[in-house]
Design a protein around this ligand. Sequence first.
Ligand code: CUA
Length: 376
Amino acid sequence: MRSPLLLAVAETTQQNVSIFDPASPQADSIRNLAILVLAITGGIFLVVEGIIFYTMFRFRQGAPPGAPPPTEEPKVPPSVAVEPAGSTAEPPQVYGSQPIEIAWTAAPALIVFILILVIGRTLWEVAPDHPEPTKGDNAVYITVIGRQWWWEYRYDYYNGRKYGFTTANELHIPISDTEDDIKAGKGVARPIYLTLQSADVCHSFWVPRLAGKTDLIPGRTNRMSFHTSEPGLYVGQCAEFCGTQHAKMLLRVVAESPESFESWLRNEAAPAPEDEKSPDGKSVFLREQSCASCHPVRGTENESPARKRGYAPDLTHLMSRKTLASGIIENDREGKNLRDWVKDPQTFKPGCLMAPFKQLPESELNSLMRYLLSLR
Ligand code: CUA
């Protein structure tokens, strides 16, 4: 059995969202850029604050004339001409001094120039154009659509093969071979190419350990790419305020071995499993003004209108997901949370587009749950 401590440690690793702990070459470039920019701006901060504090203490107004003299005479270096304490006279004026003006123009210009160069180099490294999918490229092409407040993922291509199925909220990707092997030509990268779009308002895709933040903007297509050699769960968060439940628009990326990714892919690409045990549940699901008006399930007759509306996540393989409602609650195997969610989603995510189904008779809810739990 796992000890509570181990579990806690595992939880913390899971929640790691530090840009200083990159797990992809792209995130690594961004980390390096962040450190350089922090060092430059930190240096500027220290110099400016240092001068401010020096000036504040060195040239502060002393006791007014006539006050008893301080016990100790301030030690003034002869190079700095200062007025006696308490004086209100103007300090020496340097207006129009050419050397000073050249210095304070050239120094910032140089700093900005250096920043432009390093940022340009990082952009070049992290945002290359997406090549056309080709057979044997080991690449995954996914279209990500931001919606209030969940993520739609359409798997377009893997390894040059066209897929086109849709899933939601949990992104699965294959890991690459190690960077050393890739460089030595002994291994391959499995790049992930994301095409980012929005169906409603601006969102932003941000999984800090994998890649930089990229916005999903209505009417525009953005792209990003990354690959990682480290298996595991990477979490993130929509990073652009997109409405009341913006904070509950979480991101989960499962990076796994190519074998387990491919078996996940095969399962997801298949139509919904037919389950003879819950025909009643399926009819509750499909009847008018019920689940299937909004939720597409591949292989059912209501699939296409629901998909066109795009209101709600594809549920074809709902139970293959670990969480519900864009990562905010566990999708437990018994369907306890799922049942509560179906009855009243507004208690979990006030303002979300799903209506409550409290009015369903208990027997219908039971059959519906049996059907939903069969969508593996
Ligand atoms: Cu989507 Cu914030």
